[in-house]
Design a protein around this ligand. Structure first.
Ligand code: NAD
Ligand code: MG
Length: 383
């Protein structure tokens, strides 16, 4: 039996994680479950899984959480400090599944305990980059990627020296708009953007998938996780989302990981690592799928991957600026304040106006994140 904390337990990744735990209850003891504001849902999960503590990041929701947990013996807490305290309780495995840079501080707190971090929260790694990787090293933590592409690469690299790698190829579905003209993209609505053809995900990552910022963030994520250098990382569009990514070695061998478009597969891979566990996912039926196709990304209609590559090249605080500007632009798009193609334009504007020095520690990263958000918000209101 191992102890488990799920940061972002009520989200898409969080509920998929708990679905796997539900099928193997004797394998896990749940320490902390957290959510932003859905107190009732969080309390229900905390009771079901017998959590030690449940935390809502939004302190205004704490009274509702307390009411819903009354008589259960489960601790209720609220606010950003409580989130960090719960993450620092030293669970052997922490699933980092908060969306956005909001997950950075609790993820860092979990890393400082030196356990296994199953990382879905890519924005945290993109923003903190070297600061996070140094903390992983310093505290002897084990960072296991849950993002399907990175989990695939992790599996394809297993046992091989990164020195032998010629290419790491991240696959991208291309999102719901991959065949749309620029004119159609300009008028794309939030409802259209969150309707992903292959994956069922939270709203923010669905929009990121539509803009290709998801792949841009993943490029930066891969850059930190796999030490092969930016020049050995590339992106290919693969509409079927069956090949989750590939590693090509110097001898011409390419290893790929294939699977259904179900995040429970990479989550299970991280939860059971270095072993394997059962999942309820439908087996891959290649004959029914019939065809796997690939094409180059179009960085004219979708500038996000170019912006992300440039940000990774610049390094330092630049990826944190890119991420923060994107988070604000996505929220503004979902709120009907800006158009779809303004997301990348606005990120580029913030990047060109703000070049802070490289961060040395978590508080430096959070400062950059805050300032980039403020600048991005000004652009929204002046649009
Ligand atoms: P989601 O929106 O479904 O869930 C997010 C979770 O984080 C919820 O539990 C929510 O309550 C919590 N949360 C939101 N804002 C918060 C805040 N400010 N403070 C504290 N908690 C907060 O998101 P998701 O789709 O599950 O994605 C989670 C992370 O996993 C993201 O970083 C995403 O990029 C990554 N990811 C998701 C998928 C997927 O299939 N959903 C795939 C790969 C990677
Ligand atoms: Mg992914």
């Amino acid at each position: 039996m191992r102890t488990l904390t799920v940061l972002g337990a009520t989200g898409s990744i969080g509920t998929s994680t708990l679905d796997l735990v539900r099928r193997n209850p004797e394998g896990w003891r749940v320490v902390a479950l957290t959510a932003h504001s859905s107190a009732i849902e969080l309390a229900r999960l905390a009771r079901e899984f017998g959590a030690e503590i449940a935390v809502v990041a939004d302190e205004a929701c704490l009274p509702a959480l307390r009411d819903a947990l009354a008589g259960s013996g489960i601790e209720a807490a609220g606010g950003p400090a409580a989130l960090v305290e719960a993450a620092a309780r030293g669970a052997q495995v922490t699933v980092a599944a908060i969306v956005g840079c909001a997950g950075l501080a609790p993820t860092m707190a979990a890393i400082e305990q030196g356990g296994v971090i199953a990382l879905a929260n890519k924005e945290a790694l993109v923003s903190a980059g070297d600061v996070m990787m140094a903390a992983v090293e310093r505290h002897g933590a084990t960072l296991l990627p849950v993002d399907s592409e990175h989990n695939a690469i992790f599996q394809c690299l297993c046992g091989n020296d990164p020195e032998h790698v010629r290419w790491i190829t991240l696959t991208a579905s291309g999102g719901p708009f991959r065949d749309w003209s620029w004119e159609r993209l300009v008028a794309a609505t939030p409802a259209e953007a969150v309707r992903h053809p292959n994956w069922d995900m939270g709203a923010k990552i669905s929009v990121d998938s539509a803009t290709m910022f998801n792949k841009g963030l993943e490029l930066i994520e891969a850059y930190h996780l796999f030490p092969v250098g930016l020049d050995h990382l590339r992106i290919i569009v693969h509409p079927q989302s069956v090949v989750h990514s590939m590693v090509e070695y110097r001898d011409g061998s390419t290893l790929a990981q294939l699977g259904p478009s179900d995040m429970r597969v990479p989550i299970a891979s991280a939860l059971a690592w270095p072993g394997r566990m059962d999942t309820p996912c439908a087996p891959l039926d290649l004959a029914a799928i019939g065809e796997l196709t690939f094409r180059s990304p179009d960085e004219v209609r979708f500038p996000a991957t170019r912006l992300a590559r440039e940000a990774a090249q610049s390094g330092g605080a630049v990826p944190a600026v890119l991420n923060a500007a994107n988070e604000i632009a996505v929220a503004a798009f979902l709120g009907g304040q800006i158009g779809f193609t303004r997301i990348a334009a606005q990120v580029e504007d913030v990047l060109s106006s703000y070049a802070p020095p490289p961060p040395d520690c978590l508080s430096d990263v959070l400062e950059v994140d805050g300032e980039a958000r403020a600048r991005a918000r000004l652009l929204v209101t002046s649009t």
